[in-house]
Write a protein of this length. Structure first.
Lengths: 271, 271
């Protein structure tokens, strides 16, 4: 078997800081890969916007990463994955990974062959798109799926307001349907939500497995690198960060909830 | 004295639905005036964005209203008023009203000539701009002013999540500095906040006067109409609504928190 190398970085994007939860996982799983991260902080949140607008933003953001000569694109944003991925795959020949299908596959693996109920939480736009419910209905037709929008979790995380009693209560009130009718697996269908994982976990039935996008995407990226034969030749060239607005705030928020993630400099780009 | 008439409408804008609290007040105070409202829902919130971006958005939004042949502009958004007003006044000869100075004047009137402490709450961008603190220091130099960002109040209102116990607790936690050190007057320096007025009021010292932008702006608009001699000749031509995204959601949110405001149709425009 021939082994070819490709030292170009992988592009990863989100509407804001949420995608950093995916980036952190990829950095630890792929120590030799270089990454370029773009947070569309001028236009966050995507989750309350219309499908046409999210699609347009997704293409614009990806275009900027493609100009950085990336070998693959990761949409580390559930809203962009749900609404913009088809358009993006038509737009570029570079391989594109989203978070929806990997997340659904991880949820099914978590059921371990047993029957059970799957819950999905996400933004208004992600839940309204029915992307998770439809993907699950194809992969596991008989499985009952309950979807719920939890839009306030995003600003709470963006503000770093994660340990306040009001946030604990907000999570409890929001997830009441899953307290009343427990599920076996809950997909955290928004890359901001893993920051609240311990709180979410403490409120639900102890047996509930939480699936987040980061681990699911890491597995998909491994498969992509293997099948496309695009391993990097040498060591990592580092991570570059771009935002569309308010770089200082981005660094502050990132430092607060992902202190172990090294963010040396952030460049502001115009979209 | 000559009386001239001007039947052109008045333009009013906000980043989202918050400015509707101002519109509602203006509609009841100026029964003969026509209004054009623009909510920049594709780019809400403004309050977490950089000064340069807020300035650019303010000009773009105003330009769209100027194309509607308005006789005056009301920036019914504290963030745009704090950061975009100087640039906007340089851009157009049409008179422009913001919410900062009227709000400060209303706060000083509320002190009724006595000495006292004034508090200001607003978005990150409004508070960081120091626009309220600086205006108050000019108008009433000796008055102690305490400013505090309460950014999570905006998404809570945009979601209509106003009567939940978690919101009550969020308000209490956020306003703790004003519980520890009471003020005589609290300026609600964000047009979303009046929706939470009863909750805010119930948490603070019973003597605290809450000042909102809507009533303050109404007084300034009356002065503007009188000095510029631009009363309308006949009855109101109605209110036109424009948004930059997700018109259905705008109507739903508006109907939820301002049920008495008649929103017949909303047109989506591109910015």
């Amino acid at each position: 078997m021939n082994t070819s190398y490709d030292s170009r970085p992988i592009g990863i994007f989100d509407s804001g800081v949420g995608g950093l939860t995916v980036l952190q996982e990829l950095l630890s799983r792929f120590p030799q890969e270089g990454f370029v991260y773009l947070g569309d902080t001028a236009r966050v949140p995507y989750g309350t916007k219309s499908p046409a607008t999210v699609q347009r933003y997704t293409i614009q953001v990806a275009e900027l990463l493609l100009q950085q000569n990336v070998k693959g694109l990761v949409a580390a944003c559930n809203t962009a994955s749900a609404l913009g991925l088809t358009a993006l795959r038509a737009y570029t020949t570079v391989p594109v990974l989203g978070v929806i299908e990997p997340g659904c596959q991880a949820a099914i693996r978590a059921l371990q062959g047993k029957t059970g109920r799957i819950g999905v939480i996400g933004t208004h736009a992600t839940i309204a798109s029915k992307a998770y419910a439809q993907t699950l209905s194809v992969l596991l037709p008989e499985c009952p799926v309950q979807s719920l929008a939890c839009p306030l979790f995003v600003p709470v995380v963006e503000e770093g307001w994660t340990s306040q009693p009001s946030t604990q209560l907000l999570i409890r009130e929001s997830l009441q349907p899953f307290i009343d009718t427990p599920v076996d697996v809950l997909i955290l269908g928004c890359t901001h939500y893993p920051i609240l994982k311990p709180k979410i976990s403490s409120i639900l039935n102890p047996g509930t497995v939480l699936v987040d996008s980061a681990q699911a995407v890491a597995l998909s990226l491994q498969q992509l690198i293997d099948t496309q034969n695009i391993r990097p030749a040498a060591q990592r060239e580092g991570v570059r960060f771009y935002v569309t607005d308010a770089a200082v705030r981005f660094r502050e928020v990132a430092a607060r909830f992902l202190p172990q993630l090294p963010i040396e400099s952030v460049e502001v780009v115009d979209l």
